[in-house]
Every structure is written in structure tokens, then in C-alpha cells.
Design a protein around this ligand. Structure first.
Ligand SMILES: C[S@@+](CC[C@H](N)C(=O)[O-])C[C@H]1O[C@@H](n2cnc3c(N)ncnc32)[C@H](O)[C@@H]1O
Length: 244
């Protein structure tokens, strides 16, 4: 894991995304309290956490199970004067111990897959207040009949990946209204992987004699190549939901 984290610590964020999309997703949330209580699950470096603090006056609990990401988040929060509105929580999302009916908004960019999409919906439904909002970006398939190398890749990485309509039907079955959904722009993926590819080049030199490290970096190079080759087939979809 240490090589994995060394790669990600130096990247600006933990997955594809941008502030414009965070802002766009937030714009669908209506009739919010003046200071909503927000939970950001799998916040990582917290780029979206800080953007949420810029967008509204809410208090945000930023949850991740890797302390160095939370430390980066707090350094940035202090620089922007948000330290009183952002609370760090080092805890696994699989072991969240908040009381039911607590949050006005739950946010999770590119991280809910750790719980599994449906499990994540069930858990967050309980944690949200009545009419609370849930915003998630989730890996989805855009086209059927995906090429074999891509199928093998997803079978290994996230066999639960689905198309947009299947996710929407799960969302509705779990008691949410779907307010909107949109696809994260391709530019976010291209930026993310170009920064990752640069960092991998550097790390491959640094750890040229460490087999385990090289294997890890090669697996991320493979992921980046998958996007180069098959970006029409998959991406992230933002789903904006409200508890009924
Ligand atoms: C793909 S990154 C997304 C980070 C951030 N939301 C972003 O968009 O930049 C996934 C995040 O989930 C966190 N994570 C992985 N497993 C977790 C767990 N069991 N509990 C809490 N966080 C976890 C990782 O540490 C990482 O920060």
C-alpha cells in the first residue's frame, strides 16, 4: 500500500473530477437550510470538500480512512479559512457510526464503490434526514457489448459496474427521487491520467529495483491505457438524489 499511497499523495486529487462539476451537482439542491450539515464520504485530498465549503455556509464532516489525505485537506482548509467548518473523521466508510437522520447532504465523489453502490445507498438513506440530498459520482458503462480487454479490466476492478439506467433503477428502489444526473467531462479523466502518468514515470525510476512497486505502478498505467483506448465506453456519472 505504501507505493499506492506515494503515487496518490502527490496527485491533486484521488480520482477524476473538477470544481465545475461539484458546483453543477450542488446547483440541483433546493430549499437547503442556511447551514446544512454535510458528510463527504471518501473525501481523499478534499478538493470537493473545500469547494463545498466555498459554495455554501454548511458544516462538513470529511471522512476518509487515510490520515495523510485528511492532513492535506486540513492544510488547505486552513489556508482558505474553513477550518472551523470542516471536521476530519478518520474512519472506514464501512464502519460509520453516525446516528440515523443526521445529515442534510451526503456527498461522495468516486468513492462509494468501496461500499458497493447499493449498500452505500442503503446506509446513506439511514443517515440522511427526511428530504436530505445524496450526491454521488460513480463509474458507469455508457455502451453495451464492451470489448473483451475492457470487460476483463472491470471484472477485476469493479465487477459491479453498471449502466446509467440500471443505477437509476437501484436508486429509485432504495427510496430516493432522482433529481438529475450528468456525465463528468472527459477532460477531467484526461487531466487525471496525464498527471498520474507523469508521477508514475518518476516513481518507476525511483523504485526501478522494487518488483512490487513496479507491479503496482504498471497496474495504474494499464488503467490509464484503458481510458485512452475505451473512453467512449465508461466514465463517471454524477447522480443527484433526494430521500423521499
Ligand atoms: C478515488 S478516491 C476519491 C477521493 C476524492 N473523493 C476525490 O474525488 O478526489 C477514493 C477515496 O476513498 C478512500 N477510501 C478507500 N477505502 C475507504 C474506506 N474503507 N473508508 C473510507 N475511505 C476510504 C481513499 O482513501 C480515497 O481517498
Amino acid at each position: 500500500m505504501e507505493y499506492f499511497y506515494e503515487l496518490f499523495l502527490d496527485l491533486p486529487r484521488g480520482g477524476p473530477g473538477d470544481n465545475k462539476s461539484t458546483r453543477k451537482a450542488f446547483s440541483y439542491l433546493k430549499n437547503l437550510p442556511f447551514e446544512p450539515l454535510i458528510l463527504d464520504i471518501g473525501c481523499g485530498h478534499g478538493v470537493q470538500t473545500i469547494e463545498l465549503a466555498r459554495i455554501c455556509k454548511g458544516k462538513i464532516i470529511a471522512l476518509d480512512n487515510y490520515q495523510p489525505f485528511l492532513d492535506i485537506l486540513m492544510q488547505n482548509a486552513i489556508m482558505e479559512g474553513f477550518e472551523d467548518r470542516i471536521t476530519l473523521k478518520n474512519q472506514s466508510m464501512l464502519e460509520m457510526d453516525f446516528k440515523n437522520d443526521t445529515f442534510d447532504i451526503i456527498w461522495s465523489e468516486g468513492a462509494l464503490f468501496v461500499m458497493g453502490f447499493q449498500n452505500g445507498l442503503k446506509k446513506c438513506f439511514q443517515l440522511l434526514k427526511n428530504k436530505g440530498f445524496f450526491v454521488v459520482s460513480e463509474a458507469v458503462l455508457f455502451l453495451p457489448n464492451i470489448p473483451l480487454p475492457l470487460k476483463e479490466f472491470w471484472d477485476e476492478q469493479y465487477p459491479d459496474i453498471k449502466d446509467i439506467e440500471s443505477n437509476i433503477s437501484i436508486i429509485k428502489n432504495e427510496g430516493f427521487d432522482i433529481l438529475s444526473h450528468f456525465t463528468l467531462p472527459k477532460a477531467c479523466w484526461i487531466d487525471f491520467y496525464s498527471q498520474m502518468d507523469e508521477k508514475i514515470k518518476e516513481l518507476k525510476k525511483k523504485y526501478h529495483d522494487k518488483k512490487i512497486a513496479l507491479k503496482i505502478f504498471e497496474s495504474f498505467e494499464k488503467e490509464s491505457k484503458m481510458y485512452d483506448n475505451y473512453s467512449d465506453y465508461f466514465g463517471y456519472e454524477f447522480f443527484i438524489m433526494q430521500k423521499k
